[in-house]
Every structure is written in C-alpha cells, then in structure tokens.
Design a protein around this ligand. Structure first.
Ligand SMILES: [Zn+2]
Length: 100
C-alpha cells in the first residue's frame, strides 16, 4: 500500500531570523486537514496560533544548533481543541494519506 506524504516548503519566521519547514496544503485536503495545516503555517510564520499558542523560546543549545545550520524541534503547545493540535490534525492527515 502506498501512503501519500505531504510536500514541505521553507517558511521564514517574521519574529525570528530562522526558517521552518512547513507542510504545503494539498489541493484535495479535507476541511479539517486544510484548517490544521493552515494554522501550522500561520503559527510558523507569526510565532503564534489563533488558539493562543506561542512558539516556545529556544534553549541555549537549540540556539547554538540553529546558528550552525542545525535542525531544531520546537513544537507549538496548541490547545487540545485547536485544529493544528497533533490529535485532530493527525487523524485528518491519516485519512488523507489513506484515501484512494
Ligand atoms: Zn493552535
């Protein structure tokens, strides 16, 4: 079985001198997948999500890694009812990936 994957693209932060890899919204995304990915893109760009979550500050080690071109993992603490939270977005993504 082939599982579809999301295309990713770099997006510059407006609040920091860094870039995040963010998912491209597929043309055939369900409304739940579209909104969840749209919010992730907004959050990556602005540093805050409409649910109120803000980008966590980098630790000294994360900052040093970023300055040397390394990858830093800083997940947003989306609220449980935010469409960008891992639970609803993960379910919407799985449905999209397995759609035939
Ligand atoms: Zn959110």
């Amino acid at each position: 079985m082939t599982v579809r994957t999301l295309a990713m693209e770099p997006m510059r932060h407006l609040d920091e001198p860094h870039v995040s890899q963010v998912p491209v919204i597929p043309a055939d995304a369900s409304p739940a997948l579209h909104e969840g990915l749209r919010r992730r893109r907004v959050a990556a760009t602005l540093g805050r999500c409409p649910c109120g979550a803000t980008r966590p500050a980098m630790t000294a080690i994360q900052h040093a890694s970023a300055e040397q071109g390394g990858t830093v993992w800083r997940p947003f603490p989306h609220t449980a009812d935010c469409p960008a939270h891992d639970d609803p977005l993960g379910a919407a993504l799985a449905a999209w990936q397995n759609r035939k």
